[in-house]
Design a binder for this molecule. Structure first.
Ligand code: ADP
Ligand code: GLC
Length: 482
């Protein structure tokens, strides 16, 4: 089964969030279950620099008339075959892939990401005479136009199936209607039954409307987005497509997130030999200027600092941690109001709260290795990866019961403890009181060392690898191609 994966990011070459982790892990996982996966990426500098044995596959004309080169080669870091759109003036810029240094969206984002979909569709149409995808699997709004372009391709004898995965419905890729004429889609596409959304062009809706099948990154999120509260205005469409919508739970790349072999942490350890974890904790406390106390429960946050992540709840409950002798370490970047609020807490509570604003992959690994609890109080969470990284590293996740968090964390209630299912702490209502009570449960369990150790060992031993998800994606591809 030849599968073309289309995404804007890929770990470790370019990452702003969990999308990159998934895009980086999925090709290898799918290859292991018998697929032949190639990836299509925009030619950001770090991606082009990694492309070895590169050659020009073709020059294509973008819908707005610009000629661009499509290169092919092998991503040396990942060891996978890739097509890369080589257009420095579109992709080589300061800032993030989506925003400039002043955190404003790049003014030509519609072209930068339409091109990704356009080239994806050209590959579906046979741009590479030596490799024909049977499935084109695109991710999030950046690649959303792929399915739309494919839907309007000239008829071919061999059908190519399109799959669109929603990693986060809240980011939709909305553009002014005048931009539609740049996209090279037929007029009829700019309609309610198409990619029009309240008078705007929606790349997300293009994916949702035109893909043969839609997946989300957890089963619970696939249900949640069919209702108004989390549907972001697209729940009606998603309900009409419910028979072609399913959730496949993300997984953990265990070659990268594994405390037994992780070179980015101070000391390696495993469920059966956890001693190194205490040493990691002491080292990080020392490094951050926190009081070096083995018995102080250390809570950690590794997150984008956005409204989605529910961290304002945490700011309102800090005393529930500090008042009981706990400590907090935060690594994150995002909205300046949240950055400022966390920095202020660090200044107010030296020795017990440490905050680092920024993006730092190695420090993220160190935090999971050092902390006792990983906090993920998200208001909504399509899947969430940090709660799973917490599990792997023996840092019990404390989460809001929503999306993928609900699918991966089982609360330490007495019943769940008795049935040996508990692996963390879960609160139901998105309120400071509910979060406080969950924090209270974490302290109560922490005081019962042997039970804590049992729960921690269970989490660390959980099978969170890609085998299950890869098998589910492969089965979906087979079904669509049958
Ligand atoms: P989202 O994709 O919504 O941001 P996920 O939990 O799916 O949330 O994935 C977040 C990914 O980004 C994880 O790999 C996490 O470790 C990483 N991450 C988030 N913020 C930072 C940061 N400031 N520094 C390093 N890694 C971070
Ligand atoms: C998105 C979601 C997150 C998910 C990630 C990877 O960024 O916010 O919940 O884990 O994509 O699928």
């Amino acid at each position: 089964m030849n599968v073309l994966q289309v995404s804007a990011e890929i770990f470790p070459l370019l990452k702003t969030g969990g999308l990159a982790d998934i895009a980086g892990a999925l090709p290898g996982a799918l290859n292991a279950v018998g697929c032949d996966v190639r990836v299509l990426l925009p030619g950001f500098a770090s991606i082009l620099a990694d492309l070895e044995a590169a050659s020009v596959l073709a020059e294509v004309t973008a819908p707005w008339g610009e000629r661009v080169r499509v290169c092919q080669g092998r991503l040396s870091t990942l060891g996978i075959n890739a097509y890369v759109i080589d257009s420095p003036h579109l992709y080589h810029r300061p800032g993030t892939p989506y925003e400039d240094e002043r955190r404003q969206p790049h003014a030509d984002n519609h072209r930068r990401f339409a091109l990704l979909g356009w080239v994806g569709a050209q590959l579906a149409l046979g741009l590479d005479a030596h490799w024909q995808p049977q499935v084109v699997h695109s991710h999030d709004w950046h690649a959303g136009l792929t399915s739309a372009y494919m839907a309007f391709l000239p008829h071919r004898s061999q059908r190519v199936a399109s799959v669109f995965t929603v990693h986060n419905l809240a980011y939709q890729g909305l553009f002014a209607p005048s931009y539609f004429y740049d996209l090279g889609l037929p007029h009829e596409a700019f309609a309610v039954n198409g990619l029009e959304f309240h008078g705007l062009v929606s790349f997300m809706k293009a994916g949702l409307f035109y893909a043969d099948h839609i997946t989300t990154v957890s089963p619970t999120y696939a249900q949640e987005i069919q209702a108004p509260e989390q549907g972001c205005g697209l729940d009606g469409l998603l309900r009409t497509r419910r028979t072609e919508l399913s959730g496949i739970l993300n997984a953990v790349d265990e070659a990268i997130w594994n405390p037994a072999i992780d070179r980015q942490i101070g000391f390696n350890y495993a469920a059966r030999n956890p001693a190194g974890k205490a040493r990691c904790k002491a080292a990080v406390q020392q490094e951050l200027g926190l009081q070096v106390q083995a018995e102080a429960p250390l809570f950690g946050v590794v997150s984008r600092l956005t409204e989605q992540k529910g961290l304002h709840l945490l700011l309102g409950t800090l005393q529930a941690i500090l008042g009981r002798g706990g400590q907090l370490v935060v690594l994150g970047t995002g909205e300046s109001a949240l950055e400022t609020a966390f920095m202020a807490q660090a200044a107010l509570h030296p020795g017990v709260v440490s905050v680092r604003i920024g993006y730092d992959e190695t420090f993220a690994h160190k935090i999971f290795s050092a902390t006792d609890v990983t906090l993920v109080p998200s208001r909504f969470e399509p899947c969430g990866l940090t709660q799973m990284y917490g599990l792997k590293y023996g840092s019990l996740p404390l989460v809001h019961r929503v999306g993928g968090l609900a699918d991966t964390v089982v609360d330490c209630s007495l019943e769940e403890l008795a049935e040996e299912r508990a692996n963390g702490f879960v609160f139901n209502h998105f309120t400071t009181q509910a979060l406080e009570r969950a924090i209270g449960r974490a302290f109560a369990l922490y005081a019962r060392k042997s039970e804590w150790n049992l729960v921690r060992a269970r989490g660390m031993g959980q099978a969170l690898g890609w085998e299950v998800a890869a098998t589910q994606y492969a089965a979906l591809y087979q079904h669509l191609c049958a």
